[in-house]
Design a protein around this ligand. Structure first.
Ligand SMILES: [Zn+2]
Length: 165
């Protein structure tokens, strides 16, 4: 999947699941990481697209977050979450991602071919589903959006204050 589609689908899905602006911003930014980390050195869709390496830490982070939530853990969790969204999105393609070993044969659902019109259709379907889900759960009402924006502002100002201390 192309970066713009990774960004827009991860944005829509994370918002639908969290209703949080900070979580959505972090995951959207990190949704480019699996390709960016290849730095044109690694073979495309190998080590950085092997999901299990990233799935195990996120499960630990999730359980740690239930006991002691904090900014650092929250940020790390959503970095990994955005990362895994990218892998899930690539998994839907015909070329897929490696599931057995990092350099093994890739597996994919075959729902789209990268750069073909089918990629756009799949991205659009994911966004439409996420928007419908958000709408259904009241995450797109004016009241909710104002409330979420306010929370984000409080968070950013709080972080700013801590930096100046
Ligand atoms: Zn990728």
């Amino acid at each position: 999947m192309q970066w713009k589609n990774h960004r827009i689908t991860t944005f829509a899905v994370t918002y639908a699941l969290t209703g949080s602006f900070p979580a959505t911003a972090i995951a959207t930014a990190s949704s480019m990481l699996p390709d960016a980390l290849e730095m044109k050195l690694l073979k495309h869709r190998t080590m950085t697209h092997y999901p299990w390496i990233f799935l195990i830490p996120i499960v630990f982070m999730w359980s740690a977050m239930q006991h002691s939530p904090g900014y650092a853990l929250y940020t790390a969790f959503f970095i990994f979450f955005g990362y895994l969204c990218h892998l899930a999105e690539d998994f839907m393609s015909k070329s897929g991602i490696p599931l057995v070993s990092p350099y093994g044969k890739p597996t994919g659902l075959g729902l789209y071919v990268t750069h073909a019109p089918s990629e756009f259709r799949v991205a659009l379907s994911i966004v439409a589903l996420a928007v419908a889900f958000s709408w259904h759960n009241g995450l797109l009402t004016q009241d909710y959006l104002m409330h979420a924006a306010n929370n984000m502002a409080v968070l950013v100002m709080g972080a700013g204050k801590n930096l100046h201390r």
